[in-house]
Design a protein around this ligand. Structure first.
Ligand code: HEM
Length: 512
């Protein structure tokens, strides 16, 4: 009897062992992707810039819109179509809303309060709520319309007085909006101390390379502890320098506002609302979050993205004068020239809307959006997606999808002007260039109308022409984008000239 029992026990254990081995030990069926070398994975096959193009090429080569790329120790899944991104990042957002490790851009430079790199969880939820209250809530957004209008008036005045510096004026327009809504601070110059502190930090962080793309984030987190004097630890020395910029930036805004609150002179803004939540003095465990939200999540995330988009729009208008004429003709016909375009006019200006959509599409400011991370093992279209994988929505590939956009390399706003019955077939870029699921950009409802109002008013009042060289030849600015996490056009020249004397007089009379 005991002999039988032992045998049964042994047989049962063996069966259990085999079944566990079968279930957990089978080789994962990963999506197709480039071949890998030991240790390196496919890192050596990635170009130094424009990786989004390589991701799309691999998708085409392996006949799949979802591909697997191993980068050192990091498993990466790239989604090249809107369907794959929506299926996973939107519909399964409970699993796909974490962020991969971005130690360098977060902990090492003191940006733990930056949502963009924050892990999914309670802290994330608190920041998302603050962002919603500050820039997502409809009443709040309506209350910003006056300051957006005033910002556009300033932009128009600056373009009139100093047209050569149009890119700086675009920059100031967005910097002012973000600083007004966060600190209640109206800025009229890029020399403002808060702008300077912000730009130094943002530039410093950009100089460290794309978030999540350094050794320390590709499976070697211990490198963050390497002493800064260690040979080859330049990244650590750079990180410490940027950390100091960020520290100054966060404290500067907080101190300015605290002083104003002490003298009852603070203008109501996102910061005053958050401070009020804590009776004016946040406990030490949330202080860094409170200090970090305005600079990191509004200014840092909002200015570069928005100004890059408006600068790119300028570039396309300089290169395509007939598009400016068409937009001016539409505004003259619908609004006339006795008043300036306002938010309420948007629905009646389809061509201008199409210009904005085509700008979003042609060069999405974040071509790879921001990587997500899947927290549990998952399966999709018969492929295994291992827990912990980085998941990249290749928005750039989506903008090149010929099922939706014929001749995708052509800048052609007309592609969005179709009869009503065909509208449902359109894939509007604004529906995906701001990202997906629970991590979708919280600033879209602020950025999009700010862009639109500026565009409508510039078109109504200015001609944008090619600059002319000394020999009188027109200079067509080339399409060149700077390397970096965001797609910023390289500086270019053009002429920004009031359309008429009446237009110039109108600008001179604006309230600024
Ligand atoms: C043209 C303008 C903008 C574009 C195209 C843009 C695009 C994006 C994209 C693609 C993401 C990543 C979404 C994802 O992970 O799926 C993102 C995240 C984010 N954006 Fe924007 N953005 C813009 C303007 C703004 C503005 C004005 C603000 C602030 C007022 C802002 C704040 C943020 C923040 C805080 C995140 C991180 C969200 C999170 O991780 O949960 N963005 N944005």
């Amino acid at each position: 009897m005991s002999f039988n029992l032992s045998w049964q026990l042994i047989a049962a254990s063996l069966l259990f062992f085999l079944s566990v081995k079968y279930v957990t030990g089978r080789r994962a069926k990963l999506p197709p992707g480039p071949s890998r070398l030991p240790l390196l994975g496919s890192l050596h096959k990635l170009p130094p810039s424009s990786v989004q193009k390589k991701f799309l090429e691999w998708g085409q080569e392996y006949g799949s819109d979802i591909i697997y790329v191993k980068l050192l120790r990091k498993r990466t899944i790239v989604l090249n179509t809107i369907e794959a991104a929506r299926d996973l990042l939107d519909k399964r957002s409970a699993k796909y809303s974490d962020r991969p490790s971005m130690i360098l851009h977060s902990d090492m430079i003191g940006q733990e309060a930056a949502l963009v790199s924050m892990p999914y969880g309670d802290r994330f939820r608190r920041h998302r709520k603050w962002m919603y209250d500050g820039v997502g809530n409809k009443d709040k957004l309506r209350s910003y319309q006056d300051l957006q209008r005033e910002g556009v008036n300033n932009l128009l005045r600056n373009l009139l007085n100093d047209p050569h510096e149009f890119l700086d004026h675009v920059h100031l327009y967005f910097a002012n909006i973000m600083l007004q809504i966060t600190y209640g601070r109206r800025v009229t110059s890029l020399q403002d101390e808060l702008v300077q502190a912000g730009e130094r930090s943002v530039e410093g962080a950009n100089g460290l390379g794309g978030p999540g793309a350094q050794l320390v984030d590709l499976g070697f987190p211990l490198l963050q502890h390497i002493p800064s004097w260690f040979p080859g630890a330049q990244f650590k020395r750079d990180a410490l320098r940027v950390r100091e910029y960020v520290r100054i930036w966060k404290n500067l805004g907080y101190d300015l506002l605290a002083a104003e609150m002490a003298t009852d002179t603070a203008v109501p803004c996102i910061y005053t609302s958050i401070l009020a939540e804590f009776g004016g003095s946040p406990p030490s465990d949330v202080l860094d979050d409170v200090k970090g939200l305005p600079p990191l999540n509004v200014y840092g995330a909002g200015v570069e993205t928005s100004r890059g988009t408006l600068s790119t729009w300028f570039l396309h208008l300089v290169r395509n004068p007939h598009m400016l004429c068409k937009a001016q003709e539409e505004i003259d016909r619908v609004i006339g020239n006795a008043r300036l375009p306002e938010f309420g006019d948007r629905e009646s200006l389809p061509y201008l809307n199409a210009l904005l959509e085509e700008t979003y599409r042609w060069s999405p400011i974040l071509p790879n959006a921001v990587p997500h991370r899947v927290t549990v093992d998952d399966q999709y279209r018969g492929y295994d997606i291992p827990a912990g994988s980085t998941v990249i929505a290749n928005t750039w590939a989506m903008t090149r999808d010929t099922r939706f956009y014929t001749d995708p390399e052509e800048f052609r706003p007309e592609r969005f002007i179709v009869p009503d019955e065909k509208k449902d077939e359109l894939l509007m870029p604004s529906s995906f260039v701001f990202g997906f699921g629970r991590r979708v950009c919280p600033g879209q409802a602020l950025a999009d109308p700010s862009l639109w109002l500026a565009m409508a008013n510039i078109v109504a009042l200015f001609d944008i022409k090619k600059a002319v060289d000394k020999a009188g030849n027109e200079i067509t600015p080339p399409i060149v984008f700077l390397p970096g996490f965001t797609s910023q056009p390289a500086p270019f020249t053009c002429q920004v000239i009031p359309r008429s004397e009446k237009a110039a007089a109108m600008i001179a009379q604006l309230d600024v």
